[in-house]
Design a protein around this ligand. Structure first.
Ligand code: 13P
Length: 253
C-alpha cells in the first residue's frame, strides 16, 4: 500500500554533539505532534547512525542511511555494506541521489546493484531520480527519468518492486530554494507511476510510494503533498531543524 512518508536527508552536515541535539529535538517534536499515519525516516551520515538508531528505539521514527556499497562485504576500503547497515538497525537507505550520481559518478548499473543488496538485507531502498536544469530546458526530462527508472529499477521482480520507494528530485530544485510547482511534481510522479503500471501492473504501481524532494519546506509541503501521486517528501535543508522537519511531516491533509 502507498504510505505517507517524510524522510530527512541530513547529507554531510552536523558534528556529533549537534546530531545528538537534532535527533533528540526530532524525538521530542514527534511526541508533541500527531504523525500516526506518516512514516518519518531520519537519514544521518554514517558516523551518527548508531546514535540515531538508539534514540529511534523509544521514538516514532525509522532510521535510514544515505548510501550503501554496491559490493558485498570484503576488501573495499571506505565502503559500508548493506549487512553492516542492517546490523545497526537501519530500515531504509537512500540510493542514487543526484549528488552521488554527479560527484561520485554513480551509474544506473551500480544503483541497481545497491538496490539488490539492500533488498537482500530487508532494507527498503529510497531510489532517487530526477533531471538537471539543462535536461528540463531541452525537454528531455521524461526521457531521462524513464532511463533512470528502467536501467536502475526495472530489473526487479514485481514483489521486490513493491518493496521500494522512489523519490523524484529535480536537480534544479535541490538546495536552490526553487521548488518544483505542485503541477510539475504531479506530472512527473504520475509519469513514474505509469511507467510502473506499464512494466508491471497497476497493483504494483499502487504499492509504491513516490516522494518529492527539492527545496521542500513547511510552507510548500502542504500543496505538494495534496497532489494525487505525491506520497510525501525527501527533505534536505529543512530536515536539519527539528521543528521544520516535523511541521513538514504534519503537512498531509
Ligand atoms: P533540499 O531540501 O535541501 O533542496 O534537498 C533535497 C534533497 O536532496 C533531499 O535528498
Amino acid at each position: 500500500m502507498r504510505r505517507r512518508i517524510v524522510a530527512g536527508n541530513w547529507k554531510m552536515n552536523k558534528q556529533f554533539a549537534e546530531a545528538d541535539d537534532l535527533i533528540n529535538g526530532i524525538s521530542e517534536q514527534l511526541r508533541e505532534f500527531d504523525t500516526t499515519d506518516v512514516d518519518v525516516i531520519v537519514c544521518p551520515p554514517y558516523p551518527f547512525l548508531e546514535l540515531v538508531s538508539d534514540v529511534a528505539e523509544d521514538a516514532e521514527f525509522f532510521v535510514g542511511a544515505q548510501n550503501v556499497a554496491h559490493f558485498d562485504d570484503g576488501a573495499y576500503t571506505g565502503e559500508v555494506s548493506a549487512s553492516m547497515l542492517k546490523s545497526l538497525g537501519v530500515d531504509y537507505c537512500i540510493v542514487g541521489h543526484s549528488e552521488r550520481r554527479k560527484y561520485f559518478c554513480e551509474t544506473n548499473e551500480q544503483i541497481a546493484e545497491k538496490i539488490n543488496r539492500l533488498l537482500q538485507q530487508d532494507i527498503t531502498p529510497i531510489i532517487c531520480v530526477g533531471e538537471s536544469l539543462e535536461e528540463r530546458e531541452a525537454g528531455k526530462h521524461f526521457d531521462v527519468i524513464k532511463q533512470q527508472v528502467t536501467e536502475g529499477i526495472f530489473h526487479l521482480k514485481a514483489d521486490d518492486m513493491q518493496r521500494c520507494i522512489i523519490a523524484y528530485e529535480p536537480v534544479w530544485a535541490i538546495g536552490t530554494g526553487k521548488t518544483a510547482t505542485k503541477e510539475q511534481a504531479q506530472e512527473i510522479h504520475a509519469f513514474i507511476r505509469n511507467l510502473i503500471t506499464e512494466h508491471y501492473n497497476d497493483d504494483v504501481a499502487q504499492e509504491v510510494s513516490i516522494l518529492y524532494g527539492g527545496s521542500c519546506n513547511p510552507k510548500n509541503a502542504k500543496d505538494l503533498f495534496a497532489m494525487q501521486d505525491v506520497d510525501g517528501g525527501l527533505i534536505g535543508g529543512a530536515s536539519l531543524k527539528a521543528k521544520d522537519f516535523i511541521e513538514i511531516a504534519c503537512s498531509f491533509e
